[in-house]
Design a protein around this ligand. Structure first.
Ligand code: ADP
Ligand code: MG
Length: 329
């Protein structure tokens, strides 16, 4: 089973940033309000994610580390909804099989203390012991790939690995302004984002922090709907666009995607209205019923497959075309 987990880890856990993505998604699924992320040496030495979510009760701690144990699929119908975020019960055991992992958690019902389990080098679970932790969960991942040297060899410099981690955190931070997020690298604060509390001006402030000063103020708000489709978010007025290739954020049902069809529709709208082909800057969210989209083409990639791709393309194009034409650009 340890070996099966390691093989799965090969697909799931390409690099430290992939670990962070899975751990953050678990924290979000747990209904947290705050996430603290501590990274050492680009994540290779240590990654720690701490949340204030629902926690894992003592008797489910070991289960959380076993393969295909997910608490999130109660019926088959759920499977589609769950498929939009992460996959099913593979992340923690996969990560644990290629690192030294400790899981500490306290659920509402753990009255006296928090509990902690860890995985030994042989893949065996050390049974739960009492620990100190407020309500919520910490996952501590040390020495990533220590037992898979081939994979370790593919890692880049500490800086590159950390850049990937920061990118993952930024993507989540843009999509979930209601969550407070702290990111530290080697003890140094990198991002400190307060929860928006539903306050629009604090949402715009976060956009500024993540995309550069002025984005919140200079951008144009978008919110367009059609049957089964809604597109909302912000596009940067081109006059202020810095034409950077890393200012394009598109989410489908909350999950960041990089998709040819989507990118084409957005670029086409920009170039038809503004007659220019610079990189448009945008943060856009597309909502559509999960039966009309498959975002799980590959868990670690960012593609989507729409059932009615032509319709989606045209909706995005028309929505942005209309908004850009109206906007006082
Ligand atoms: P999945 O997220 O697909 O269910 P994971 O391997 O990522 O699979 O997690 C396994 C289980 O561990 C989850 O279903 C959940 O019950 C529990 N879990 C993991 N992380 C957290 C967390 N941060 N807070 C609460 N529960 C968690
Ligand atoms: Mg998960």
């Amino acid at each position: 089973d340890h070996l099966v987990n390691q093989i799965a880890a090969g697909e799931v856990v390409e690099r430290p940033a992939a670990v962070i993505k899975e751990l953050i998604e678990n924290s979000l699924d747990a209904g947290c309000g705050q996430i603290e992320i501590d990274i050492e040496q680009g994540g290779v030495k240590r990654l720690r994610v701490r949340d204030d979510g629902c926690g894992i009760p003592r008797e489910q701690l070991e289960l959380a580390l076993s393969r295909h144990a997910t608490s999130k699929v109660s019926e088959l119908a759920d499977l589609e909804a769950v498929a939009t975020l992460g996959f099913r019960g593979e992340a923690l055991p996969s990560i644990a099989s290629v690192s030294r992992l400790t899981l500490t958690s306290r659920a509402e019902e753990d009255a006296e203390s928090a509990w902690e389990v860890s995985v030994g080098a042989d893949g065996r679970l050390v049974s739960p012991r009492p620990a100190a932790h407020p309500r919520g969960t910490s996952v501590d991942v040390r020495d990533l790939f220590f037992n898979t040297p081939a994979r370790r060899k593919f890692l880049r410099t500490e800086k590159t690995e950390f850049d990937h981690i920061e990118q993952v955190v930024r993507r989540v931070a843009l999509a979930r302004p209601e969550i407070g997020i702290q990111l530290r690298h080697n003890g140094k604060g990198i991002l400190s984002l307060g929860a928006s509390g539903g306050d629009e001006s604090r949402v715009l402030e976060r956009l500024d922090r993540l995309l550069g000063k002025g984005f919140g103020e200079q951008s144009l708000a978008v919110d367009e709907s059609a049957v089964d489709l809604r597109l909302y978010g912000w596009v940067m007025r081109p006059a202020f666009s810095r034409s950077q290739p890393d200012q394009q954020f598109f989410y489908v049902n909350g999950r960041m995607v990089r998709d040819k069809l989507v990118t084409h529709a957005v670029r086409q709208a920009f170039s038809d209205v503004l007659h220019q082909a610079r990189h448009p800057a945008y943060v856009l969210f597309l909502q559509t019923p999960s039966r009309l989209v498959d975002v799980n083409v590959h868990p670690a990639k960012h593609e989507v497959r729409f059932r009615e791709s032509r319709q989606v393309h045209d909706f995005i194009y028309r929505s942005l075309h209309r908004r850009l034409s109206q906007g006082t650009l």
